[in-house]
Ligand binder design. Sequence first.
Ligand code: GLP
Length: 274
Amino acid sequence: MRLIIHRNYEDASRWAAAYIAGRINEFKRKCGRPFVLGLPTGSSPLGIYREFIKLYQEKKLSFERVHTFNMDEYLGLSADHPQSYRRFMMENLFNHIDINLAHVHILDGMTKDPEEECRRYEEAIAAEGGIELFLGGMGSDGHIAFNEPGSSLRSRTRVKTLTGETRIANARFFGGDPSNVPSTALTVGVGTVMDANEVLILVSGQGKAHALRAVVEEGLNHLWTLSCLQMHPRAIIVCDEDAAGELRMRTVRYFRDIEKETLGMFSGKPCGGN
Ligand code: GLP
C-alpha cells in the first residue's frame, strides 16, 4: 500500500486527479480499449471531480474512452431525486465532461428486484473486462462504498443496511435529519473493489483520522472494511495532514521517505494485469 500525505485537501485532490488523468492518458496511448473507472460520491471526491473538469476544459483529459461504474446508490431513490447518487454524479461531473452517458453505470435505486440488479451489475463489470482503477472515499467508521463494519471482506454487489453512524454522517444532505436518509443501499462489495487492478482512496479531515489509523496500522479487520487494501497489490491512500493526525510518527516518516523516491510514479502496469 502507498500512503501519500499532502498538506491539505486541495493538494491531495489535485495530486489524485493528476495521477488518474495520467493513468487514463497512458492507457489510451498504450492499451487500445476503454479505461474502466470506478467512482464514488460524497464530499471526498468533489475536489478531484473539479480538477477533472478543469483538465477536460484545458484539453488535457478526455473521457470519451472512459467507462464508469459507481460504487453505490440509495435504495428507493429515483435517478432524478436530488440526493440520488446518479443526480450527484450528473451535477458534479458528468454534465461537465465529454463522457458518453451510454458508458456510465450506476445501480438503479428504484429496481423492483435488487438481487437481480446487483447480479446484473457484477456481470456488466465483468463484461467490460473488470475495473482498471477504483477511486473511493472512506466513511468515518472505516467503510468503503457502503460496506459497513462487519461486511464480508469477500462480499459482492448487494443490498446493505446502513448503520446509524452513516445515516447521521449523510444527514447533512437530507435536511440534517438522519431519519430522512434511506436505511438501505445497493453497493459494490469489498470483493468487487478488490478485483480492480488498482484502488485509490482519498481521505480528508480530522473526522477520519481514527479510522485511517486502524486501516493503515491495525490488521485486516471486517470492522474497518477499508483495511482490505492491505491485501491489494496496487492500493494508494491519498490523505491530508488532518486525516493523518492519529498515525504514529514512525508510520508517517516511513511513508514520506518512500514517497520521496516514488511520488508521481504509476503503481500499476499501464494495461492492468499482474
Ligand atoms: C458514504 C459513501 C462512501 C463514502 C462515504 C464518505 O458512505 N457510500 O462511498 O466514501 O460516504 O463520504 P464523505 O466523502 O462525504 O465523507
